[in-house]
Design a protein around this ligand. Sequence first.
Ligand code: SF4
Ligand code: SF4
Length: 217
Amino acid sequence: MKNVSLTIDGQKITARAGEKILWAALANDIYIPNLCAIKEKPEPNASCRLCFVEVEGEAEPVTACTHEVNDGMVVNTRGEKALRLARAGFELLMASHPVDCAHCTANGDCELQKIARHLKVSLKTKRLRLLLHNLPIDDSNPLFTYDPNKCVLCGRCIWACRQDVKSGVFGFAHRGFERVMTTFGDEPIGSDRCLNCSRCVEACPTGALTFKDERKS
Ligand code: SF4
Ligand code: SF4
């Protein structure tokens, strides 16, 4: 397929025509915050609202996971308008997240920490009231633990389980604030449906799905 040339943050790059800005940027080591983006998925979820960028000629920032590259396009991932939108999205997300990194298995390898650093914001929101879910932790699987309170509803585990392993242990349930990533029929994760392949844990960007043998004391 044809390639196009574009500029992101002053860096000239080439990308496949039709490629989304997000994947073109990441392939060239230009980080754009994202949680729900899955490269192999034909239609992006565009639900986490973190990957805003500014494109020359566009009046408003666009989401990099949905916007395709064009020849001669000029993209700015650091524009104030885009950063403001991304920070607002992140703050909203963290308003229901129990931040306790010191006791979290994901500490140091958590996408939320990376995004906070990138956006130069705190993990703990100061403007919004903290509204926690206080859901029970599922410890039934011998290899890993699911803490739904740390889930950011990105859908990566669902995709990994369905597409990579052709199993369907996980899915989303409920709407709005009640929305939760759960198992089919609300069964414990340690049920027979799970093949214990751990692809879901590897796909999880936060401390929601974590290996037991990596647990911190
Ligand atoms: S999931 Fe990430 S942000 Fe949340 S407590 Fe764990 S390390 Fe901290
Ligand atoms: S458990 Fe992890 S991978 Fe699955 S939806 Fe939640 S944050 Fe995403």
